[in-house]
Ligand binder design. Structure first.
Ligand code: CDP
Ligand code: MG
Length: 150
């Protein structure tokens, strides 16, 4: 079963959008199997965004991601990585389509874009291991699951 790491970034927490974003995943039928609030340390930011640390935007991204509490989730379902990426919308909120999380709740042209979602199974596994211990992930079945597939 596929899993993805989602981070509701500091702007989503500060703008009190956590509930709205979580509701989108719940209404879609995607099970949340882990969830916690935390502040990302500089070291964790470097590891999470290891592909970006040399890029010119990284200092601003790091300051943003470590600048306030975040809500970190793991969602689990077949195809969940692509579904969440579609629900997030384009990287910059100003470009993101209406109907997407970034498109509906953001207008920034740059770094502040409310949400992170893993972009591949390899990234998801690496990122989930960075943020969660095994015993913090709950491999349960939703009672309505039979209505969400086939
Ligand atoms: O988050 P996503 O996968 O859509 O984008 P990314 O290319 O993996 O970039 C990671 C994060 O860096 C973005 O979500 C933005 O917050 C930030 N970023 C930025 O500040 N400036 C850029 N030119 C590209 C990305
Ligand atoms: Mg990315």
């Amino acid at each position: 079963m596929e899993r993805t790491l989602v981070i509701l970034k500091p702007d989503a927490v500060q703008r009190q959008l956590m509930g709205k974003v979580i509701s989108r995943f719940e209404e879609k039928g995607l099970p949340i199997v882990a969830c916690k609030m935390m502040t990302i340390s500089p070291e964790l930011a470097d590891r999470h965004y290891e592909a970006h640390t040399a890029k010119p935007f990284y200092p601003g991204l790091k300051a943003y991601m470590t600048g306030g509490p975040v809500l970190v989730l793991v969602l689990q379902a077949e195809g969940v990585i692509a579904m969440v990426r579609k629900m997030m919308g384009a990287t910059f909120a100003s470009d993101a389509e209406p109907g997407t999380i970034r498109g509906d709740y953001g207008c920034a042209k740059g770094t502040f874009n409310l949400i992170h979602g893993s972009d591949s199974p390899e990234a998801a596994q690496r990122e989930i291991e960075l943020f969660f211990e095994k015993n913090e992930i709950f491999d349960y079945k939703l009672t309505n699951q039979c209505w969400l597939k086939a």
